[in-house]
Design a protein around this ligand. Structure first.
Ligand code: FES
Ligand code: MG
Length: 578
């Protein structure tokens, strides 16, 4: 009689399709794992939690992730789960050539297939350095299991000769000082060991901190995930709580698609404006939304974010660093301030709505996190520009730009690619002054390939010597989230795809009008057609990932995912391995 059968201890879970089999295959799935010392009852149907780890010594920002994973495991065990850690391709922003972004989609494929192919019921994503966050979120979204994000946290403030210096931002500033003759090479080198002195990610509001904030604003992590420094033991505590929570999420079947709704993305876009976040968030959020099936467009960033004030006085736009941000209250304090702009009913991974999570969030420092009534900057979100130079859009971060250049008309000084730029920019004979517009081609998704962070072109030394620190710059590249300036980025379609940018020539007059959202080059349609007839498309790489990438990458305004990766395949793999 069925009613006399003992009730199973656990409901049937995905992992039991491997570990629960009482046959030859079940022997294989369990026995080999037991070589690591696990007792038989670990396989009894308790939630199996995959810890997706991007630890690598070549991704120094994630160099502490093996320890962080141990705290996650504690939490998983405490809650009655079975944690199994696995590595995925890790992308280190400061080392990978030609650019870590070339491999974001490749890493996302690794993540997706590693999750789907293994006996896992829920996933913890360990994310830190810039591209490790979107690649893990994208891959996991295409599987849609219960998933929780845990960021590695920022480094402690850089300290150089009694002053705070910020990751990236300080490098851009000091290297311009060296080029202008205001700093010696010895001083510059001395700053190297002072800027990065603890584990963690860049401690400016660069792309890593931006994306950690996006994870929290999307509801994909526990509150406070964005800002707790890596070296602060409260980061370990968060890791342990994250481990506990993912087990509950498996029991609740709280999948990624229940968190990553259109509302969640709208919250993230508004948050990105309020924190003065990186332009890279545009591309990554579009790509993540594409994987989970949420319709998001480039124009959503302008429509939802442009009028949002920036509250954070953090580098690169402001003065302070992530450590200060955490002590001031962290992201919950910002979210509380912008509550009227948020969909407060959006669900988060802790089972509460974002509104519930932030209702009582304290602010301990109004100099660092300023108020909506008296913001650090008004209307600071990313602006989307269009015109005959960017029919599918281009972006600019007004909060990082110079007010006097937001409306500007200037003569184009054109560089065909990054090497051409480096070869000629320091040439005293270069016909350029501060009123010109620097134009860089062939640095987009297909062109570089991988859409490198070269859009914030260094200025010509003869302009710098006049004490001028900003010029209008336009490219199909990205720029580091730690960079600043009046820099138009992500011009779409890119030059290598035959976009109008490819046809711009020295001396063309370019008009930028951010308030009117306009990017125009004064070239007639007939002249454009004549130039187009002369344009030769660049060669496609002959083999390997480069070839696959260039043949399939979408343009920046769509998120630069591969066309065949958009969407998801769920978590099912019915076929056995033997
Ligand atoms: Fe890794 Fe900035 S280089 S976070
Ligand atoms: Mg970067």
């Amino acid at each position: 009689m069925d009613s006399q059968k003992p009730k199973p201890k656990y409901p049937f879970r995905r992992s039991q399709a491997w570990f629960g089999k009482q046959d030859r295959d079940g022997f294989m799935h369990r026995s080999w794992i037991k070589n690591q010392g696990y007792p038989h009852d670990e396989f009894d149907g308790r939630p199996v939690i995959g810890i997706c780890n991007t630890w690598s010594e070549l991704t120094p920002c994630n160099g502490h992730f093996r320890q962080l994973a141990e705290f996650v495991k504690r939490g998983v065990y405490e809650a009655g789960g079975f944690p199994l850690e696995f590595p995925v391709m890790s992308l280190g922003e400061t080392q990978l050539r030609p650019t870590a972004m070339l491999f974001r989609n490749l890493a996302s494929m690794d993540v997706e297939e590693s999750i789907r192919g293994n006996p896992i019921d829920g996933v913890v994503l360990l994310m830190g350095c810039d591209k490790t966050t979107p690649s893990l979120m994208m891959g996991a979204a295409s599987c849609d299991l219960p998933t929780i994000g845990l960021s590695g946290g920022p480094m402690l403030n850089g300290k150089f000769r009694g002053k705070d210096i910020g990751s990236g931002t300080g490098v851009w500033q000091m290297s311009e000082m060296v080029r202008a003759g205001e700093m010696t090479m010895d001083e510059f080198t001395a700053a190297e060991s002072c800027m990065h002195r603890s584990s963690g990610t860049c401690m400016t509001m660069g792309t890593a901190s931006t994306m950690a904030s996006m994870v929290e604003a999307l509801g994909m992590s526990l509150p406070e995930n964005a800002a707790i420094p890596a070296a602060d033991t409260r980061r370990n505590r968060l890791a342990q709580l994250t481990g506990r929570r993912i087990v509950e999420m498996v029991n609740e079947d709280l999948r990624m698609s229940k968190i990553l709704t259109r509302q969640a993305f709208e919250n993230a876009i508004r948050t990105n404006a309020a924190i003065g976040g990186s332009t890279n968030a545009v591309i990554h959020l579009l790509a993540i939304a594409g994987r989970i099936g949420v319709k998001l467009t480039l124009d959503d960033f302008d429509r939802l974010g442009a009028e949002v004030p920036c509250l954070l006085n953090l580098q690169p736009s402001g003065k302070y660093l992530m450590e200060d941000f955490y002590y001031a209250g962290g992201l919950p304090a910002v979210l509380r301030d912008i509550t009227p702009l948020l969909h407060t009913e959006a669900l988060t991974v802790n089972g509460h709505t974002i509104g519930e999570n932030i209702a009582d969030a304290p602010n301990y420092n109004r100099e660092v996190i300023q108020s909506p009534e008296s913001p650090f900057m008004p209307a600071a979100g990313i602006a989307v520009l269009r015109g005959n130079l960017a029919p599918d859009g281009a972006v600019i971060k007004p909060s990082a730009a110079s007010a006097h250049l937001l409306k500007h008309r200037g003569r184009a000084v054109v560089f065909e690619n990054a090497e051409d730029f480096h070869a000629r920019i320091d040439d005293e004979e270069l016909d350029v002054d501060e009123h010109c517009v620097l134009v860089l081609k062939n640095c987009g998704p297909k062109g570089y390939p991988g859409m490198a962070e070269v859009g914030n072109m260094p200025l010509p030394p003869k302009v710098l010597r006049k004490g001028i620190t900003d010029m209008v710059r336009i490219s199909d590249a990205r720029m580091s989230g730690t960079a600043y300036g009046t820099v138009v980025l992500h011009t779409s379609p890119e030059a290598a795809a035959g976009g109008p940018l490819a046809l711009v020539r020295n001396g063309d007059m370019i008009e930028l009008d951010v308030a009117a959202r306009r990017l125009h080059v004064e070239v007639s349609d007939e002249e454009f057609a004549r130039r187009r007839a002369e344009w030769v498309a660049p060669e496609v790489p002959k083999r390997g990932w480069y070839k696959l990438y260039v043949e399939h990458v979408q343009q920046a305004h769509l998120g630069a995912d591969l066309d065949f990766l958009v969407g998801g395949s769920g978590a099912g793999v019915p076929r056995e391995s033997h």
